[in-house]
Design a protein around this ligand. Structure first.
Ligand code: F6R
Ligand code: MG
Ligand code: MG
Length: 387
């Protein structure tokens, strides 16, 4: 059977108002542009905060140049309109000027997978704003490795063999495959540092099949400076030997702390929200995640369901608000503000540099330096004496 490919490509091409949301006219333009293409089986355009999300199905496979170019051109067109409309940060995530075969390293985030469509193919697509790809580490661990979240891992014979996690080291650009449950502790060693190690893909061990894939770009590493957070997206297949829809959603009932929020520089809770609420507000946040459910049929996406539009997530939202309030009271202090080594990827180093001249060495350090100098002078004199 021919494999279909589900591709999500996202970029912040301009915000309305500020960095809070996407303008409806931009979303409509992207929709029109994708509908015009004859490369796609189907498409759905939405936005999470200021990130425009292009969800596409096609037969062209993963990493296909034509599909990536299509998305790039749509973003360019939307960025042009965003500039005309004077939207905020128009073209923000489009870091390169010309397209060269693949979107990798160009700014937009890409999550895509090819699979043989099952008898029934439920897929959940998560999209987050004001956070980064490592934000998926904890929920992905819970969904695919933690029986306290996913009883199917122990109850369902089709899932009992577990899942393998492909973990990307975003600093070194290399990856490792860790099979669970065997390598569960090793997995946690890595993914507990979500700023560096990010789960890129999850595979079912037996029979081997793709179960989840995420966007993993680090904009600051591409641009060499802070250009906003890499608000991530995640695709998860569900049911029939994979975690149930409810097991997948359950992982988001705990609004865990993620990096991002105001100026990409603060820890905050990841709040699961309805699509209509996927617009950061307080302190440019708190970071939020929305989820669309698709029941794919012959590559057609059909009408999506807003999966967090349910009272069973009210408690998580309330908890997120409480945690947000608690953290906010810390103002510019860690651990609300990110630690200095992580701040290296924000605009803070510019300020630190300007502060450098204010620093004077301590008395103790000055004496030590003087002694060192004298010793050096002595050595030099001695060496001259031997000449
Ligand atoms: C975080 C984010 C916002 C901006 C903030 C300042 O990812 O996008 O919190 O960092 O609004 O934005 P500028 O520097 O554009 O005024
Ligand atoms: Mg923005
Ligand atoms: Mg954003």
């Amino acid at each position: 059977m021919k494999k279909i490919t589900l591709t999500l490509i996202k970029a912040d091409i301009g915000g309305y108002v500020g960095h809070s949301a996407s303008h409806p006219e931009i979303i409509a333009l992207a929709r029109e542009e994708l509908l015009r293409s004859n490369l796609l089986i189907d498409s759905y355009v939405t936005a999470c905060g200021d990130d425009l999300q292009l969800i596409m199905t096609h037969w062209e496979g993963v990493g296909n140049e034509d599909i990536h170019k299509l998305a790039w051109d749509v973003f360019l067109k939307c960025a042009e309109k965003a500039r005309e409309m004077k939207l905020y940060g128009a073209g923000q995530d489009l870091l390169k000027t010309s397209f060269s075969g693949n979107l990798r390293g160009m700014g937009p985030g890409v999550a895509e997978m090819s699979f043989e469509e099952r008898k029934s193919e439920p897929v959940l697509i998560f999209m987050a704003d004001k956070t980064e790809p490592g934000a998926w580490n904890l929920p992905l661990y819970k969904i695919f490795a933690d029986p306290f979240n996913t009883p199917g891992l122990i109850i369902d014979p089709k899932m009992h063999e577990g899942f393998a996690f492909e973990v990307l080291d975003v600093m070194e650009d290399k990856s490792a495959m860790l099979k669970c449950p065997e390598h569960l502790y090793d997995l946690l060693v890595l993914i507990g540092s979500p700023g560096r190690y990010v789960i890129k893909n999850v595979y079912k061990n037996k029979p081997k099949m793709i179960a989840a894939t995420s966007t993993t770009s680090r904009l600051s590493l591409i641009a060499g400076r802070y250009v906003g957070k890499d608000d991530p997206a995640l695709i998860v297949r569900a049911q029939h030997g994979l975690p149930a829809v409810g097991e997948i959603l359950e992982a988001f009932s705990f609004p865990h702390l993620v990096e991002g929020w105001m100026r990409g520089s603060h820890n905050g809770p990841l709040m699961p929200v309805r699509v209509k609420d996927a617009h950061p507000a307080r302190f440019d946040g708190p970071p939020r995640v929305m989820c669309l459910g698709f029941q794919i049929r012959n590559g057609k996406l059909g009408v999506p369901r807003d999966m967090f539009d349910d009272p069973s997530f009210d408690l998580a939202r309330q908890k997120a608000n409480e945690v947000a309030e608690f953290l906010r009271r810390h103002g510019p202090f860690e651990p609300h503000r990110l630690s200095s080594d992580v701040m290296e990827y924000t605009t803070l180093p510019q300020i630190l540099k300007e502060l450098e001249h204010k620093f004077k060495a301590s008395e103790h350090k000055r004496i030590k330096q003087k002694l060192k100098r004298l010793e050096l002078e002595k050595k030099v004199k001695k060496s001259h004496a031997f000449k």
